[in-house]
Design a binder for this molecule. Structure first.
Ligand SMILES: [Zn+2]
Length: 286
Protein backbone atom coordinates (compact mmCIF):
# COMPACT_ATOMS: atom_id res chain seq x y z
CA UNK A 1 0.00 0.00 0.00
CA UNK A 2 1.50 3.33 -0.97
CA UNK A 3 2.16 5.56 2.06
CA UNK A 4 2.72 9.32 2.17
CA UNK A 5 6.29 9.29 0.74
CA UNK A 6 5.24 7.02 -2.11
CA UNK A 7 2.22 9.18 -3.01
CA UNK A 8 4.37 12.32 -2.78
CA UNK A 9 6.86 10.66 -5.14
CA UNK A 10 4.08 9.93 -7.64
CA UNK A 11 2.90 13.53 -7.35
CA UNK A 12 6.34 14.96 -8.04
CA UNK A 13 7.03 12.68 -10.97
CA UNK A 14 3.71 13.00 -12.83
CA UNK A 15 3.20 16.73 -12.19
CA UNK A 16 5.41 17.99 -14.99
CA UNK A 17 3.91 15.45 -17.37
CA UNK A 18 0.22 16.19 -16.95
CA UNK A 19 -0.18 19.76 -15.66
CA UNK A 20 -1.58 21.94 -18.48
CA UNK A 21 -3.41 19.11 -20.23
CA UNK A 22 -7.13 19.21 -21.09
CA UNK A 23 -9.46 16.26 -20.48
CA UNK A 24 -11.21 15.12 -23.66
CA UNK A 25 -13.22 12.18 -22.32
CA UNK A 26 -13.30 9.44 -19.69
CA UNK A 27 -14.17 5.74 -19.87
CA UNK A 28 -15.57 4.38 -16.63
CA UNK A 29 -15.63 0.59 -16.50
CA UNK A 30 -16.25 0.22 -12.75
CA UNK A 31 -18.85 2.81 -11.76
CA UNK A 32 -18.41 2.32 -8.00
CA UNK A 33 -14.87 3.73 -8.23
CA UNK A 34 -16.06 7.18 -9.30
CA UNK A 35 -18.17 9.93 -7.78
CA UNK A 36 -20.43 11.62 -8.82
CA UNK A 37 -22.22 8.92 -10.87
CA UNK A 38 -20.83 8.03 -14.30
CA UNK A 39 -22.80 10.33 -16.62
CA UNK A 40 -22.35 13.42 -14.47
CA UNK A 41 -18.69 12.65 -13.82
CA UNK A 42 -18.06 12.31 -17.55
CA UNK A 43 -19.85 15.50 -18.51
CA UNK A 44 -18.24 17.55 -15.74
CA UNK A 45 -14.68 16.57 -16.57
CA UNK A 46 -14.86 17.15 -20.30
CA UNK A 47 -12.80 20.17 -21.34
CA UNK A 48 -11.32 20.80 -17.90
CA UNK A 49 -7.66 21.80 -17.70
CA UNK A 50 -5.25 20.45 -15.04
CA UNK A 51 -3.78 23.44 -13.21
CA UNK A 52 -1.78 21.80 -10.43
CA UNK A 53 -1.34 18.54 -8.51
CA UNK A 54 -1.35 18.52 -4.74
CA UNK A 55 -1.37 15.85 -2.08
CA UNK A 56 -3.29 15.63 1.16
CA UNK A 57 -2.33 12.64 3.27
CA UNK A 58 -2.39 9.78 0.79
CA UNK A 59 -4.79 11.48 -1.62
CA UNK A 60 -3.66 13.06 -4.87
CA UNK A 61 -5.62 16.19 -5.72
CA UNK A 62 -5.68 17.58 -9.24
CA UNK A 63 -6.87 21.21 -9.31
CA UNK A 64 -8.90 21.76 -12.45
CA UNK A 65 -10.23 24.80 -14.26
CA UNK A 66 -13.76 25.77 -13.23
CA UNK A 67 -12.87 25.39 -9.53
CA UNK A 68 -13.16 21.63 -9.63
CA UNK A 69 -10.89 19.07 -8.01
CA UNK A 70 -10.19 15.49 -9.04
CA UNK A 71 -9.13 13.46 -6.00
CA UNK A 72 -7.56 9.99 -6.26
CA UNK A 73 -7.05 7.48 -3.47
CA UNK A 74 -5.02 4.44 -4.53
CA UNK A 75 -5.90 2.43 -1.40
CA UNK A 76 -4.27 -1.03 -1.34
CA UNK A 77 -3.62 -1.81 -5.00
CA UNK A 78 -4.34 1.30 -7.05
CA UNK A 79 -1.97 2.38 -9.80
CA UNK A 80 -1.76 5.38 -12.09
CA UNK A 81 -0.20 4.98 -15.50
CA UNK A 82 0.39 7.92 -17.80
CA UNK A 83 0.94 7.14 -21.46
CA UNK A 84 2.01 10.19 -23.49
CA UNK A 85 1.42 10.41 -27.19
CA UNK A 86 5.17 10.22 -27.69
CA UNK A 87 7.78 9.18 -25.15
CA UNK A 88 8.00 7.09 -22.05
CA UNK A 89 5.13 5.58 -20.07
CA UNK A 90 5.25 6.31 -16.35
CA UNK A 91 3.41 4.41 -13.65
CA UNK A 92 3.15 4.76 -9.89
CA UNK A 93 1.49 2.90 -7.07
CA UNK A 94 0.92 -0.83 -7.01
CA UNK A 95 2.99 -2.75 -9.57
CA UNK A 96 0.81 -4.80 -11.89
CA UNK A 97 2.67 -7.15 -14.22
CA UNK A 98 2.59 -6.41 -17.94
CA UNK A 99 1.72 -2.80 -17.41
CA UNK A 100 2.81 -2.31 -21.03
CA UNK A 101 -0.43 -3.90 -22.20
CA UNK A 102 -3.01 -1.16 -21.82
CA UNK A 103 -5.82 -1.01 -21.15
CA UNK A 104 -5.75 -4.28 -19.23
CA UNK A 105 -8.38 -6.02 -17.12
CA UNK A 106 -7.44 -3.79 -14.17
CA UNK A 107 -7.90 -0.52 -16.09
CA UNK A 108 -11.17 0.64 -14.56
CA UNK A 109 -11.12 4.39 -15.20
CA UNK A 110 -9.39 5.76 -18.29
CA UNK A 111 -8.89 9.47 -18.88
CA UNK A 112 -8.17 10.68 -22.41
CA UNK A 113 -6.50 14.05 -22.93
CA UNK A 114 -6.95 16.32 -25.94
CA UNK A 115 -3.35 15.84 -27.03
CA UNK A 116 -3.82 12.08 -27.43
CA UNK A 117 -2.19 11.06 -24.15
CA UNK A 118 -3.97 8.85 -21.61
CA UNK A 119 -4.09 8.38 -17.83
CA UNK A 120 -5.09 4.90 -16.67
CA UNK A 121 -6.38 4.27 -13.17
CA UNK A 122 -5.78 0.56 -12.61
CA UNK A 123 -6.69 -1.35 -9.48
CA UNK A 124 -6.61 -5.10 -8.91
CA UNK A 125 -8.88 -5.02 -5.87
CA UNK A 126 -11.03 -2.01 -6.82
CA UNK A 127 -10.81 -0.36 -3.39
CA UNK A 128 -9.34 2.80 -4.89
CA UNK A 129 -11.53 5.70 -5.96
CA UNK A 130 -11.56 8.99 -7.82
CA UNK A 131 -13.93 11.80 -6.92
CA UNK A 132 -14.72 15.00 -8.75
CA UNK A 133 -15.67 17.71 -6.25
CA UNK A 134 -15.91 21.49 -5.91
CA UNK A 135 -14.07 23.41 -3.19
CA UNK A 136 -16.85 22.79 -0.67
CA UNK A 137 -16.69 19.06 -1.36
CA UNK A 138 -12.94 19.12 -0.99
CA UNK A 139 -13.19 20.81 2.40
CA UNK A 140 -15.74 18.26 3.54
CA UNK A 141 -13.48 15.42 2.41
CA UNK A 142 -10.48 16.73 4.33
CA UNK A 143 -12.31 17.96 7.45
CA UNK A 144 -12.35 14.63 9.35
CA UNK A 145 -8.64 14.13 8.77
CA UNK A 146 -5.96 14.86 11.32
CA UNK A 147 -2.90 17.03 10.95
CA UNK A 148 -0.45 16.43 8.10
CA UNK A 149 3.05 15.94 9.54
CA UNK A 150 4.81 17.76 6.70
CA UNK A 151 2.61 20.84 6.91
CA UNK A 152 3.03 24.01 8.95
CA UNK A 153 0.03 22.90 11.02
CA UNK A 154 2.09 20.14 12.60
CA UNK A 155 2.98 22.10 15.71
CA UNK A 156 4.45 20.78 18.93
CA UNK A 157 1.29 21.88 20.78
CA UNK A 158 -0.93 19.90 18.40
CA UNK A 159 1.25 16.82 18.48
CA UNK A 160 1.61 16.63 22.25
CA UNK A 161 -2.16 17.16 22.64
CA UNK A 162 -3.01 14.32 20.27
CA UNK A 163 -0.57 11.95 21.94
CA UNK A 164 -2.38 12.49 25.21
CA UNK A 165 -5.91 12.32 23.86
CA UNK A 166 -6.10 8.52 24.23
CA UNK A 167 -3.68 7.71 27.05
CA UNK A 168 -4.34 3.97 26.99
CA UNK A 169 -3.63 3.48 23.31
CA UNK A 170 -0.32 2.17 22.06
CA UNK A 171 1.75 4.97 20.56
CA UNK A 172 1.77 3.32 17.13
CA UNK A 173 -2.04 3.29 17.11
CA UNK A 174 -2.00 7.00 17.93
CA UNK A 175 0.38 8.05 15.15
CA UNK A 176 -1.36 5.88 12.53
CA UNK A 177 -4.88 7.10 13.40
CA UNK A 178 -5.97 9.26 10.44
CA UNK A 179 -8.41 11.22 12.55
CA UNK A 180 -5.45 12.47 14.62
CA UNK A 181 -2.64 12.56 12.09
CA UNK A 182 -2.56 11.61 8.42
CA UNK A 183 -0.04 9.95 6.18
CA UNK A 184 1.89 7.81 8.66
CA UNK A 185 1.21 4.20 7.72
CA UNK A 186 2.70 0.96 8.88
CA UNK A 187 6.22 1.30 7.51
CA UNK A 188 6.94 4.85 8.60
CA UNK A 189 5.26 4.42 12.00
CA UNK A 190 7.74 1.65 12.82
CA UNK A 191 10.65 3.67 11.44
CA UNK A 192 9.62 6.81 13.35
CA UNK A 193 9.40 4.85 16.62
CA UNK A 194 12.89 3.46 16.04
CA UNK A 195 14.21 6.93 15.30
CA UNK A 196 12.73 8.15 18.60
CA UNK A 197 13.95 5.02 20.47
CA UNK A 198 10.39 4.40 21.61
CA UNK A 199 8.80 0.96 21.50
CA UNK A 200 5.67 1.12 19.28
CA UNK A 201 3.72 -0.91 21.86
CA UNK A 202 4.19 1.69 24.63
CA UNK A 203 0.99 3.19 26.03
CA UNK A 204 0.72 6.87 25.23
CA UNK A 205 0.39 7.75 28.92
CA UNK A 206 3.72 6.10 29.72
CA UNK A 207 5.75 8.31 27.36
CA UNK A 208 8.03 10.85 28.98
CA UNK A 209 8.10 14.40 27.65
CA UNK A 210 11.50 13.67 26.08
CA UNK A 211 10.06 10.65 24.23
CA UNK A 212 7.19 12.70 22.81
CA UNK A 213 9.63 15.42 21.72
CA UNK A 214 11.81 12.88 19.95
CA UNK A 215 8.81 11.42 18.14
CA UNK A 216 7.69 14.90 17.14
CA UNK A 217 11.06 15.50 15.48
CA UNK A 218 11.42 11.99 14.07
CA UNK A 219 8.10 11.64 12.19
CA UNK A 220 8.70 14.45 9.64
CA UNK A 221 12.39 13.59 9.47
CA UNK A 222 11.65 9.95 8.52
CA UNK A 223 9.00 10.98 5.96
CA UNK A 224 11.25 13.57 4.33
CA UNK A 225 14.13 11.13 4.17
CA UNK A 226 11.85 8.54 2.51
CA UNK A 227 10.64 11.11 -0.04
CA UNK A 228 14.28 11.91 -0.76
CA UNK A 229 14.84 8.21 -1.46
CA UNK A 230 11.65 8.17 -3.59
CA UNK A 231 9.80 5.81 -1.28
CA UNK A 232 10.11 2.21 -0.29
CA UNK A 233 10.17 -0.75 -2.62
CA UNK A 234 7.72 -3.45 -1.72
CA UNK A 235 5.36 -5.64 -3.66
CA UNK A 236 2.78 -2.90 -3.30
CA UNK A 237 4.68 0.11 -4.53
CA UNK A 238 6.57 1.10 -7.62
CA UNK A 239 7.83 4.53 -8.65
CA UNK A 240 5.98 6.37 -11.41
CA UNK A 241 8.72 5.60 -13.91
CA UNK A 242 8.39 1.89 -13.11
CA UNK A 243 11.67 1.68 -11.18
CA UNK A 244 11.81 0.59 -7.54
CA UNK A 245 12.01 3.12 -4.72
CA UNK A 246 15.36 3.24 -2.96
CA UNK A 247 14.21 3.51 0.65
CA UNK A 248 14.27 -0.26 1.27
CA UNK A 249 18.02 -0.28 1.89
CA UNK A 250 17.60 2.38 4.56
CA UNK A 251 14.79 0.84 6.60
CA UNK A 252 15.98 0.28 10.17
CA UNK A 253 13.28 -2.05 11.48
CA UNK A 254 10.35 -2.49 9.12
CA UNK A 255 10.38 -5.91 7.43
CA UNK A 256 13.62 -6.86 9.23
CA UNK A 257 12.34 -9.46 11.72
CA UNK A 258 15.24 -11.54 13.09
CA UNK A 259 17.86 -9.41 11.32
CA UNK A 260 20.45 -7.56 13.41
CA UNK A 261 19.58 -4.03 14.49
CA UNK A 262 21.63 -1.62 12.38
CA UNK A 263 22.62 0.20 15.57
CA UNK A 264 23.20 -2.50 18.25
CA UNK A 265 23.04 -5.86 16.38
CA UNK A 266 20.20 -7.20 18.56
CA UNK A 267 17.71 -9.16 16.38
CA UNK A 268 14.67 -7.09 15.38
CA UNK A 269 11.42 -8.32 16.92
CA UNK A 270 8.06 -8.48 15.14
CA UNK A 271 4.77 -8.20 16.99
CA UNK A 272 1.23 -7.07 16.19
CA UNK A 273 -0.31 -3.70 16.99
CA UNK A 274 -3.92 -3.16 15.89
CA UNK A 275 -3.66 -6.12 13.47
CA UNK A 276 -0.62 -4.64 11.74
CA UNK A 277 2.82 -6.26 11.73
CA UNK A 278 5.04 -4.10 13.92
CA UNK A 279 8.83 -4.14 14.15
CA UNK A 280 11.22 -2.82 16.78
CA UNK A 281 14.62 -3.33 18.39
CA UNK A 282 14.09 -4.63 21.92
CA UNK A 283 17.34 -3.04 23.06
CA UNK A 284 17.32 0.38 21.39
CA UNK A 285 13.60 0.96 21.92
CA UNK A 286 12.17 1.08 25.43
ZN1 LIG B 1 19.12 -1.84 18.47
Amino acid sequence: MPELPEVETIRREITRRIVGKFFASVEIRVPKMVSPPVARFASLIRGKKILAIGRHAKMLTLSLSGKKFLVFHLKMTGQLVFVPQYGKTVSGGHPIPNVGVLPNKFSHVIFHFRDGSTLYFNDQRKFGWVKLVDDGGLEKMFAPLGVEPLSKDFSWEKFSALVHRYPNRMIKQVITDNALMVGVGNIYADESCFCARVRPTRRARSLRLADVKKLYRCIPRVLKFAIGKKGTTSDAYRRPDGRDGNMLAYLKVYGRKGKPCRRCKTPIVKTVVGQRGTHYCPRCQR
